[in-house]
Design a binder for this molecule. Structure first.
Ligand SMILES: [Zn+2]
Length: 878
C-alpha cells in the first residue's frame, strides 16, 4: 500500500497551492523539501543511511521554511557534537512556546498551582510529547523515519495532523546519541558492497559506554544524560516520552507497551494505565496498516530506573518504549518462517495469541519496513495523545499532587544525609545527581531531631513531600526485587537489567530513611553539591605532608602528588599528627618545591585533611610509584572496558589502551607494570570475533599467543588485574587453585545485579582508603573457594609471598543481600570476593564482582585503583 508520507506529500502540496492563492499578501515561505529530495534517496532505501550532519541540516532547513518548527540545542555530546531537538506544533503554539513551557512547569509542581486552577489550565494546555530516536545508534531506523515524520508534521494540512498540532507540542529528538550515529554510519559505509556489509563494529557506538548510554540516566556520568535530564526536568518536562529502539531479527516484528512485570510500586499507577492506553493506540494503528507481528505485554520491564526512558517515570512522565526487529543496519535480510522464534517473556509460542494476534510470516525485512512500522506506531500515538490531551495534562498534575501528599504523610517522610561521611567525593556526587534530577535537597541550618535521633546543623535532608518523590525514593531506598517464576519449579525469570541499585549502598554513603513525620529545621535549598573544604594544618614548610586519603578522593590525591613529582608513600600502621589519627592508607610525601598549591587544592577540592609534619616520613611507609598501566581493549566491543577507561580518566590515572596485536606480540613487561582485563568470558577474550565477520585485523581475540604473553608478563613481575568475569580467564590461564562456586546452576544460586555485603581486610594495601564493611555490586559475578596448596604467609607490606593467594575481600557470613535479589546465600557466604595470587615474580588480582559497575559503585572503586597504585613493585625475590 501507499506509504503514509507519500499520501501526505500529495495532499500537502495541493493544500499549500490552494493556501498560496488565497493569502498572497502574507510572506510566503518556500515549501520545505521532502526527505527524498534533501537526502537524495527515500528514507529506509536498502543500503542508504541519512548521516548525522545531513539530518541536522534537514531539520534546520525545514524549520526555516515553516512556522510550525523551532530547533533548539540541548547540549554538546561527549565528543562535542550538537544534540538537536525540534519543537513542532501549530504556528500559534510555536509563537507562544515560552508561555506553554512556563505553564507546563507549574503543572509539574502542584505546590505552585491550586487544583481548580490546574483544572482550568488543563482545559487548554498542550501535551508535551517527546519522541527520542536511536539512543542505541545501531538501532538506526528511527533516525531515518524521523525525517519523514518531521516533514509530515511541518507541511501537512490534513485535518488529523492539524488537530495533533493544535493539541500537542511534539519534541522530536532525531538522534539521542549523535556521536554513535556517526560511528555506525561510517562503519556501515566502510563495509558496504563487501562481504562484511552490515556486520558488527569492532568498537563501542559511544566513546565510552556504547550500549550502556541508555543505562546512565540517573547517574548522569555522560554528557548525553546530563543534557537530557536538564532539558526534560528543568525545561520541557514532557507528559509523555517515547523512545524508539530495535531488537533481534527472529522474534516479533514490533513491541509496544504495556511492558512486562515487575513494576516499581513507587510510580503512580496512572503511569501504567496511560502507557497501556497509548501503547494500544500504537498497536491499533499498526494493525490497521496490516503491520503484522506486533507484541504487547512482554519482553521488557521498567523496574530499573536507569534507562533514558525509565528515569522520567519518577518525574510523572509516561514513558513508552518501542522495539522493532532489526535488519543488518541498512541491509535487507531474509527470514524464513522456520527461523522465527518465540520464547521471549510474554510469547511462549510463535502463534496467534491475545497480545500477538497476527504473527509475521517471514520474508524479506528491510530498513524501509522498520521506517514504516515506526511511522505507523507514532501516528497511533499522536492520535491518542491528541484525543486524550486534557486527561493526560490533568493526570500529570494529579500525579505530582499525590506524590507531595504521600510525602507529607510520612512512611517515609525524609532521607537524611549526615555530614560526617567516609567519602566526601561520593556524597557530593550523590547530591549532585539528585539535584540534576530536579530533586530538592536541603541543608539544615539548625540542629534537629528525627525519629528520636539528634542531627547537627549541616545535615542534608531530602523531604519526600515533593513532586518527584518516586524518583528520589527509588534511588535512595533498599530494593526487594519481586522475584518471579513462570511456575514454582521453573528457573527464576531474569530482570531485564538489574534487581537492586540503592545508591547510598553502592556509593558507600550513610543515608538514613526517616519513617515518621518530624518538624524540619530552618533549611536552605542546595543548588549544587560541593565537597566541604578541609585544611592544611601544621608546619608551613614541613619535612613531609601526611594526607587523609580515604575514599576515592584519596586515589586522586595520590595521582596528583605523583604527577607533580612527589615521592608518595602509604602509611602502613597509622600515624598521629596535629592531634588527628591518620589511618593506614593515608599518604605521606616529603616536602618538594611547589608542593604548597597542590596540597592546598587537595584539601580544598577533595576535602581531605592534610598536616605538615617536621622531620622524615615514617620508615614503614610503602612507596607508591608510577605504575605503567595498560587497559586491554578487545575488538569485540566491551562496555566494561569503556566504563573503566572513563573512570581511570576521571581519577587521573595515566594508561595506554592495548589491543590484540600488541598483546600477542609479547614483551609486555618491558612496557607495563599492570594490565587490566575488562569483564568478559574467557572464551570471548581468547577467541574474539570469528574470521569472516569483521576485517581480519579485528578477528581472533587474544589467541594462544596473547594468553602466553600475559603469562610471561605476570611471571616477569607484572600485575594482571581481572575485572569480574575476566577472573575465569586468569584462573584457567594460570592454573590457579581457585574454584568459582557461584557458577553453574541457577536453581542453586542466583544473583542478577544486586548489592551484597562485603568485608575487607584493611591491613592489605588493596583495601586502603576503604571502610571494613562495605557493599559490592554483584551481577552473575564470582565467589571463590581457594585451595590452600601452599602456606600463605604474608610478605612485607601486603605483597603476597611467592605462590600464595590472599583474600582481600569476602562476602558476609549471613544477611548478605543488601538490595535486590539473591537466592542461595549459603553458596557464597564467607567466600572470597577479591583475591590476590602470587605467580612467578608478579601477581594476578581477581576482582570477583563489579567493583566499578557503570561508574556507580563508589564504595569499591578503590579496589581497582589500589591494584594499580600497588603495581610498580620491583620483582619479588624468591
Ligand atoms: Zn535499544
Amino acid at each position: 500500500m501507499q506509504s503514509y508520507s507519500t499520501r501526505h506529500i500529495y495532499r500537502t502540496l495541493t493544500a499549500v497551492a490552494a493556501t498560496a492563492l488565497l493569502t498572497f499578501a502574507a510572506p510566503l515561505l518556500a515549501q520545505a523539501p521532502t526527505p527524498e529530495a534533501h537526502f537524495g534517496f527515500r528514507m529506509g532505501s536498502d543500503g542508504r543511511l541519512a548521516s548525522a550532519d545531513a539530518i541536522e541540516k534537514y531539520f534546520e532547513l525545514v524549520a526555516s521554511r515553516t512556522d510550525r518548527v523551532k530547533i533548539v540545542d540541548i547540549g554538546p555530546t561527549t565528543e562535542g557534537h550538537r544534540t538537536i531537538a525540534a519543537l513542532v506544533s501549530a504556528p500559534e503554539n510555536i509563537r507562544n512556546l515560552e508561555q506553554i513551557r512556563a505553564a507546563n512547569q507549574r503543572l509539574a509542581d502542584p505546590r505552585t498551582l491550586p487544583p481548580d486552577e490546574a483544572r482550568r489550565a488543563a482545559a487548554t494546555h498542550k501535551v508535551i510529547l517527546a519522541i527520542g530516536c536511536s539512543i542505541h545508534a545501531s538501532e538506526i531506523g528511527a533516525t531515518q523515519a524521523v525525517n519523514e515524520l518531521l516533514f509530515t508534521l511541518a507541511t501537512s494540512d490534513e485535518p488529523a495532523v492539524q488537530s495533533v498540532l493544535q493539541n500537542v507540542v511534539i519534541v522530536l529528538l532525531p538522534m539521542l546519541n549523535p556521536d554513535g550515529h556517526r560511528l555506525v554510519v561510517d562503519w556501515y559505509e566502510r563495509g558496504k558492497g563487501t562481504a562484511l556489509e552490515g556486520g558488527p563494529m569492532p568498537w563501542l557506538y559511544h566513546k565510552y559506554v556504547g550500549h550502556d548510554i541508555n543505562r546512565d540516566a540517573f547517574m548522569m556520568n555522560m554528557a548525553e544524560n546530563r543534557n537530557l535530564a536538564r532539558f526534560f526536568y528543568t525545561e520541557w518536562h514532557p507528559q509523555v516520552f517515547l523512545t524508539m529502539h530495535q531488537m533481534g531479527t527472529n522474534g516479533p516484528r514490533f513491541f509496544v507497551p504495556p511492558n512486562d512485570d515487575p513494576i516499581d510500586p513507587n510510580y503512580d499507577p496512572l503511569i501504567w494505565r496511560t502507557a497501556a492506553l497509548l501503547g494500544s493506540a500504537m498497536a491499533l494503528e499498526l494493525q490497521r496498516d496490516r503491520h503484522t507481528g506486533v507484541l504487547t505485554n512482554g519482553m521488557y520491564d521498567y523496574y530499573w530506573p536507569g534507562y533514558e526512558d525509565s528515569a522520567p517515570l519518577g518525574h510523572n512522565t509516561v514513558c513508552l518504549l518501542t522495539e522493532v526487529a532489526s535488519a543488518k543496519v541498512a541491509t535487507t535480510i531474509a527470514i524464513r518462517a522456520s527461523e522465527l522464534r518465540a520464547g521471549q517473556k510474554g510469547l511462549s509460542e510463535y502463534k496467534p495469541q491475545i497480545n500477538f494476534p497476527e504473527p509475521w510470516q517471514g520474508g524479506s525485512w528491510s530498513l524501509r519496513n522498520i521506517v514504516d512500522y515506526d511511522l505507523s506506531a507514532v501516528r497511533g500515538l499522536l492520535t491518542a495523545v491528541s484525543a486524550y490531551r486534557e486527561s493526560i495534562v490533568q493526570n500529570f498534575y494529579e500525579m505530582g499532587r499525590r506524590a507531595v501528599e504521600a510525602g507529607r504523610q510520612g512512611a517515609p517522610f525524609a532521607f537524611i544525609i549526615p555530614p560526617e561521611q567516609h567519602d566526601p567525593q561520593a556524597v557530593a556526587k550523590l547530591e549532585q545527581l539528585l539535584i540534576q534530577g530536579s530533586i530538592e535537597v536541603h541543608r539544615a541550618l539548625d540542629p534537629f531531631r528525627a525519629d528520636g535521633e539528634p542531627y547537627p546543623a549541616g545535615t542534608d535532608i531530602v523531604l519526600m513531600a515533593q513532586p518527584y518523590r518516586a524518583y528520589a525514593k527509588t534511588l535512595l531506598e533498599r530494593q526487594a526485587y519481586p522475584a518471579r517464576r513462570a511456575t514454582p519449579d521453573s528457573p527464576p525469570e531474569r530482570p531485564y537489567d538489574v534487581a537492586g541499585w540503592t545508591l547510598p549502598q553502592q556509593m558507600g554513603i550513610e543515608v538514613r530513611l526517616i519513617e515518621r513525620v518530624f518538624e524540619p529545621p530552618a533549611m536552605s535549598r542546595l543548588t549544587a553539591a560541593v565537597i566541604p573544604r578541609a585544611n592544611v594544618w601544621g608546619e608551613p614548610r614541613p619535612g613531609y605532608y601526611v594526607v587523609d586519603a580515604r575514599g576515592n578522593g584519596g586515589a586522586l590525591a595520590a595521582n596528583r602528588l605523583i604527577a607533580a613529582g612527589g615521592a608518595v608513600s602509604w602509611v602502613t600502621n597509622g600515624l598521629s599528627a596535629g592531634g588527628f589519627q591518620y589511618p593506614a592508607g593515608s599518604l605521606v610525601v616529603p616536602y618538594f618545591k611547589g608542593a604548597e598549591p597542590i596540597v592546598a587544592r587537595i584539601a580544598g577540592e577533595l576535602g581531605l585533611r592534610i598536616d605538615g609534619v617536621k622531620g622524615k616520613p615514617p620508615g614503614d611507609a610503602r612507596p607508591i610509584g608510577r605504575g605503567r598501566v595498560a587497559l586491554y581493549k578487545p575488538w569485540v566491543e566491551n562496555i566494561d572496558e569503556g566504563w573503566t577507561r572513563w573512570l581511570l580518566e576521571q581519577y587521573e590515572f595515566s594508561f595506554a589502551s592495548v589491543a590484540d596485536a600488541e598483546v600477542r606480540a609479547g614483551n609486555l613487561r618491558a612496557k607495563y607494570d599492570a594490565i587490566i582485563l575488562p569483564s568478559a568470558t574467557a572464551e570471548r577474550l581468547t577467541a574474539g570475533h570469528p574470521a569472516g565477520v569483521v576485517p581480519p585485523e579485528y578477528a581472533g581475540g587474544l589467541g594462544e599467543a596473547g594468553v602466553d604473553a600475559l603469562r610471561k608478563f605476570v611471571e616477569a613481575g607484572g600485575t594482571l588485574i581481572c575485572l569480574d568475569q575476566a577472573g575465569a580467564f586468569a584462573i584457567d590461564a594460570f592454573k590457579l587453585p581457585i574454584r568459582d562456586v557461584a557458577r553453574g546452576d541457577d536453581a542453586r544460586f542466583f544473583c542478577p545485579g544486586s548489592i551484597l555485603r562485603v568485608e575487607l581486610d584493611r591491613t592489605q594495601p588493596l583495601a586502603f582508603g576503604m571502610v571494613p564493611r562495605t557493599a559490592g555490586f554483584f551481577s552473575f559475578s564470582s565467589a571463590y573457594d581457594i585451595t590452600p596448596s601452599r602456606p600463605s604467609a604474608d610478605g612485607h607490606g601486603g605483597d603476597p609471598a611467592p605462590g600464595s593467594i590472599q583474600t582481600i575481600a569476602r562476602y558476609g557470613d549471613k544477611d548478605i543481600l543488601l538490595s535486590g535479589w539473591l537466592e542461595g546465600e549459603s553458596v557464597i557466604a564467607g567466600r572470597t570476593a577479591v583475591a590476590q595470587a602470587a605467580v612467578g615474580a608478579g601477581r594476578v588480582v581477581l576482582l570477583g564482582f563489579r567493583v566499578q559497575h557503570r561508574a556507580q559503585s563508589y564504595a569499591t572503586f578503590r579496589l581497582l585503583f589500589n591494584a594499580l597504585l600497588t603495581a610498580d613493585r620491583p620483582p619479588a625475590t624468591k
